[in-house]
Structure formats: structure tokens, C-alpha cells
Design a protein around this ligand. Structure first.
Ligand SMILES: [Fe+2]
Ligand SMILES: [Fe+2]
Length: 378
């Protein structure tokens, strides 16, 4: 849909993307920022601070990106004004500084900005900065949730970040850490106190984490609902959190490509499964079921899946459950290039179009147990 805000030149508001407001007088700089961010976010542009101040009651930015020297107020004065108004007091702000002089950095910090970058800014730096700020805003909101849900979200995001560091350094992951982070999640699921977890994670900007946590939560629910023994529910939950960690090896441009992957990009994407297996196998005390879940979650019953093309009875039961939840999650996840599909629609697609790929009896159980509870989140 088009945006007709006064003083704002760019359009294409898509509801499932965060909105970033860019306030910069320089047309070239504004265009560069716009081009860098367009795939991931809705962008609203303003040439001056007055245009922004006039429009702030009509828009809901996730972050403001303000050039230090923008007329009429300049960034520092603008942020001070925003901090005085109860409606805009907490708006996250990043200032684009002309230099990293001590005076500049002090001014950015004293006016109340949440962060700053020094021009010229690398595309990867601006994306990382925005992502980090979005995530700290989302994570702050988790404090309002019941304790068990807060612990589940906080513990899993921390362990996920730690996993990223271990993978980057070529170190084995510590299963004990993953297990401990998943215990509050299992407790929340078993006490039917988990919706805040699914809703709380949906605006997080690390998609691999969002997807992995949703898969872990729904697999945990699935295991609990069909009364699997406690140790299998734990394998499903921790396996759900770890099933895609090989995606940390996939280049950002492919992992977050806003659109369909071409065949060579898809081959790279598919390698996340073997990368995950390699990474998990570095750890001697990891339960086998976790490697099986991760290794088989893209296999299909008719043998057309990857990476091994396993068929029928070769497919493990827990991995069959993981394949169902993984597809269901992918269809109902919010992505930068698509709105989430309604749970009922996702299940219809799976029943009508994937019956040769997934275990239809297990899908029936999944549908029967969860349709009502899953309908309540969007
Ligand atoms: Fe996957
Ligand atoms: Fe997945």
C-alpha cells in the first residue's frame, strides 16, 4: 500500500516488515541507505526534521536513523526533543555521525541516542546495528511476560548467541547449556503457558533464532500432546532449537534473500543440513536423536528430500514430527518477503499438496491437537 505521509517520499508499507525512518537532507546518502535497507524493512524518508516531527503522530517507526547535520534541528537537538515527549520518549534512534571525534560521540550519547555509526557506513554495519537495536527492543518487552516464559525466551536467545560464537570459533557446542535453556520452555509447554513465547519471539530480527525457537516450542507441544516420554520431549525441544544451526554458515545474502532462490543458491541453502550434522557431531555427549532430527528434517517419505534421499521406513519418527513442524513453521513464519500464512491454511496446503512427503497420520494428530491453540497467534 502507498504511504502518503507529508514530507515523506517513499512508499511500499508492508505490514510484516519493521519500519525504519531515515532523516537525511542529502539525496544521494538517503538513496544509499534506502537501497541498503529496502529488502529487509519498510523505509520512510524525510529531508528535514520538521517533516518528521509533523508526521510522527501518524507513523509507527521501529527505528529512526538520523543524519547528524540534518536541518532544521540537527540530530542531537532532534533526539533531545523526542526524549521530552512521552509519545516519542522511547523511540529507538541511531545517529549517523560525520566523524568519530570525541565531541561527536559525547554529544550522541548525551542527547539520548541509542547508538551511532560514523559515515561512510558499510551496508553490513548498518544492517547489523539496526538488527541489534530491534532485538534489544523486542527482548526488553519480554520482561513483562510471566517468569517461566521470560526465562524460556531469555535463556534460548542467550544460548543461541553463544552457539553462533562457538560455531564462528570452530568450537563444539555445549549440549548441557542447550538443555538447561530448554527446560523453562518445556515447563511452559507442559503447564499450557507458552503463547507468550510464540508471540514474544515473532518480531525478533534474527530469523534463524525465531524459526528455531518456534520449531522447538511446537515440537515440545507435539511430544507432550501425544504423551511421549519426558526424555523424548527433551530431545524434540533441544533438537528443534538446534535443527538449523548449520544456517549460520550460509551467506546472509542467500539466507535472507527476499524472494525465490535460484538453483545454485538453493544448493548452498541445502548444505545447511550437512553443516548442522558436522557441527553437532563435534560433540560426543549429544543424544543421537538430535542429530537424527537435524539430519532428516528435510527428508521426504517418497525419497525426494535431502540430503540423503531417505525413503519410507528409513525415516525416524521424531524426524517425521520435526519435518511436519518445520514445514508448518516455515509457512506460518513472518518473513521480510511474505506475510505469515494462517495456521488453518498452512495445514490445508500440507494435507493437499504434501501427502507423499510427510507422515499423514502424524499430521492428523498435529492438526487435531493444535489447530485451536495455534489459531490464536498471528
Ligand atoms: Fe532446515
Ligand atoms: Fe527449519
Amino acid at each position: 500500500m502507498d504511504c502518503n505521509h507529508d514530507g515523506c517520499d517513499h512508499k511500499h508499507i508492508v505490514d510484516h516488515k519493521h519500519t525504519i525512518v531515515v532523516v537525511d537532507h542529502n539525496d544521494d546518502h538517503r538513496k544509499q541507505t534506502f537501497d541498503a535497507l529496502l529488502s529487509f524493512y519498510n523505509i520512510l524518508e524525510f529531508r528535514n526534521t520538521n517533516g518528521l516531527l509533523d508526521s510522527l503522530h501518524k507513523i509507527r517507526p521501529a527505528i529512526l536513523l538520523i543524519d547528524e547535520a540534518v536541518p532544521s534541528h540537527g540530530a542531537f537537538e532532534l533526539v533531545r526533543l523526542l526524549r521530552l515527549n512521552p509519545r516519542t520518549r522511547r523511540l529507538p534512534v541511531i545517529i549517523l555521525l560525520s566523524s568519530d571525534s570525541r565531541q561527536n560521540i559525547l554529544a550522541a550519547s548525551e542527547c539520548g541516542a541509542d547508538g551511532w555509526l560514523v559515515k561512510p557506513v558499510l551496508r553490513s554495519d548498518i544492517i547489523r546495528k539496526i538488527s541489534d537495536l530491534l532485538n534489544s527492543t523486542v527482548e526488553e518487552e519480554w520482561q513483562k511476560l510471566p517468569a517461566v516464559q521470560f526465562k524460556a525466551l531469555k535463556g534460548t536467545v542467550e544460548v543461541f548467541n553463544k552457539l553462533a560464537d562457538s560455531i564462528a570459533n570452530g568450537e563444539p557446542i555445549i549440549y548441557d547449556d542447550v538443555g538447561k535453556a530448554c527446560d523453562p520452555l518445556i515447563e511452559a509447554v507442559n503447564s499450557d503457558n507458552f503463547m507468550g513465547i510464540l508471540n514474544g519471539v515473532k518480531n525478533h530480527d534474527n530469523y534463524t533464532y525465531v524459526h528455531s525457537l518456534r520449531v522447538a516450542t511446537m515440537l515440545s507441544l507435539f511430544g507432550h500432546a501425544i504423551q511421549l516420554p519426558v526424555h523424548e520431549q527433551k530431545i524434540l525441544t533441544t533438537g528443534g532449537l538446534l535443527h538449523d544451526i548449520g544456517k549460520m554458515y550460509i551467506p546472509h545474502s542467500i539466507l535472507n534473500k527476499p524472494g525465490k532462490l535460484d538453483s545454485s543458491e538453493f544448493e548452498v541453502m541445502k548444505s545447511h543440513v550437512t553443516q548442522t550434522i558436522k557441527c553437532l557431531e563435534k560433540n560426543d555427549d549429544l543424544p543421537n536423536g538430535i542429530v537424527t532430527i537435524a539430519g532428516q528434517h528435510h527428508e521426504k517419505l517418497d525419497g525426494t528430500g535431502y540430503p540423503f534421499g531417505l525413503e519410507g521406513s528409513k525415516l525416524n519418527d521424531l524426524a517425521r514430527m520435526a519435518a511436519i513442524v518445520d514445514i508448518f513453521s516455515a509457512l506460518t513464519d513472518r518473513r521480510v518477503y511474505k506475510a505469515p500464512m494462517a495456521p488453518e491454511d498452512a495445514l490445508s496446503v500440507m494435507i493437499n499438496e504434501m501427502s507423499r512427503h510427510i507422515d499423514i497420520d502424524l499430521l492428523g494428530l498435529f492438526r487435531q491437537r493444535f489447530l485451536d491453540s495455534l489459531r490464536t497467534f498471528d
